[in-house]
Design a protein around this ligand. Sequence first.
Ligand code: MG
Length: 232
Amino acid sequence: MLPCLLLISAVAFGQKDAQPRVVDPGDGRKAPSDAVALFNGRDMTGWITKDGKIPKCEVEAGGVMACVTGVGDIQTTQTFKNAQIHLEFAIPYMPNQKGQLRGNSGVYLQGKYEMQILDSYQNPTYAHGSLGGLYNQAPPLVNAARRPEEWQTYDFIFRGPECDTAGKVTKKAVVTVLLNGLLVHDHVAIDASEKLGAGCQAGPILLQDHSGFKDAPITKMKFRNLWLRELD
Ligand code: MG
């Protein structure tokens, strides 16, 4: 009788489950042990411009990547379909600009879907175009913007679209987003990009250079501690 009770209690308390894999979570400067560090803090290895060149971003002390308008969009050589992604960014103080011209950049998931970066501290603009917005699709749940020049964090849980053998989407991409630790998108389905399609294939992380837009000012965006954990 006793062994039977022990077995029942072991199953009831989940002791049949495999132990979780041990992962060093990092310390806010170092990526978790099972992540791909997207920026090594020393040079632009792992990043390319759209025409395949090494981006001319500056690398500053403290493992900071600083990209000035004119460098162009830059993207990771690493591609992914499903991933947890973390990055930190600092937007310059641009008091002479407003709306979409004040500190505009963006993180394109799979190189297709823009999570907006903008100075949204006391800088109103249309909702889906503010910091935390899924551009053209969904505004953030809250405005969790810090002041310009302060470091901010973005965390994404992204699952790319599922497609049939003909490349037709059978399930849309889905994203959950934390901005500065606060939930701004809760398992939101993403429509295919008008210009770039749905993306059944793996894609990169792309960081936007907002030059090329009308009246776009010189903007120096800083990034650090960028990492990605592929999900099954
Ligand atoms: Mg943008």
